[in-house]
Design a protein around this ligand. Structure first.
Ligand SMILES: Nc1nc2c(ncn2[C@@H]2O[C@H](COP(=O)(O)OP(=O)(O)OP(=O)(O)O)[C@@H](O)[C@H]2O)c(=O)[nH]1
Ligand SMILES: [Mg+2]
Length: 218
């Protein structure tokens, strides 16, 4: 649910990285912090325990201004994956405009991925979001590891859902931008149909993505 203030010409978008414990959500956000344009990048806020497990959430804010003057604030959150933090996950998920589900590719983690995806489905319903309408992408992370589910098998399993599936190693830094860019594309389409970003604000999908990328880092 987009926060939009027409008088103030401000819009706040919320993207949430969801998934089982230790799947690499925080690592994705750390990589994104390196990949996003320095201009517009806010401070990365990480709330974790001594052993690096997220207990509340991580937040990376990004600011951009459309040619019309519309100010867009993008807030990218991660949830804590550990089962016991469900209340926090639900709170972070509220009013999400898009979700990236970060799954762990290791064969031994399949049951945890399934349980976490079911948890996402039930929490979305609880916060009043329709999973069929919400921009959603799935990343299978940790592709650098041994003992992972083969890509073909993953794609076969998820094909019928129509949800985009992206392979990644957040540790090595690949697949992270693809996941984010795909989510942005889906979220943009959703926004444009409602707020006419191209027609009324001069911000088409390509320039939206370009404003997020730091060209000097390519
Ligand atoms: N080999 C490998 N390790 C990874 C990868 N991504 C993350 N890790 C490691 O997995 C562990 C957990 O990563 P986090 O990013 O903290 O996981 P998380 O999903 O935020 O975990 P919670 O906050 O507990 O939900 C860390 O030791 C990471 O370095 C990857 O692509 N490959
Ligand atoms: Mg984390």
């Amino acid at each position: 649910m987009i926060e939009y203030d027409e008088l103030e010409k401000r819009m706040v978008l919320k993207l949430v990285y969801y998934g089982p414990a230790m799947s690499g959500k925080t690592t994705n956000l750390l990589r994104l912090h390196d990949l996003l344009a320095r201009e517009g990048l806010g401070d990365l806020m990480m709330l974790d325990t001594a052993d690096d497990r997220t207990i509340f959430f991580d937040l990376l804010p990004f600011f951009l201004v459309a040619p019309s003057g519309l100010k867009i604030k993008l807030k990218i959150y991660t949830v804590p994956g550990q089962v016991r933090h469900d209340a926090t996950r639900k709170a972070v998920l509220q009013r999400a405009d898009g979700v990236a589900f970060i799954a762990d590719s290791q064969t031994g983690e399949t049951a945890n991925n399934v349980a976490s995806f079911e948890n996402l489905e039930s929490n979305l319903a609880l916060v009043g979001l329709d999973i069929d309408k919400l921009p959603l992408v799935i990343q299978f992370n940790k592709r650098d590891m041994a003992g992972i589910v083969p890509e073909e098998e993953i794609l076969d399993n998820w094909r019928s859902t129509g949800i985009p599936v992206i392979m990644a190693s957040a540790l090595q830094g690949w697949g992270v931008w693809e996941t984010f860019a795909r989510l942005i594309e889906l979220t943009y389409a959703h926004l444009d149909s409602r707020y006419h970003l191209t027609a009324e604000h001069g911000l088409d999908q390509r320039s939206f993505v370009e404003r997020l990328t730091d060209r000097s880092r390519e």
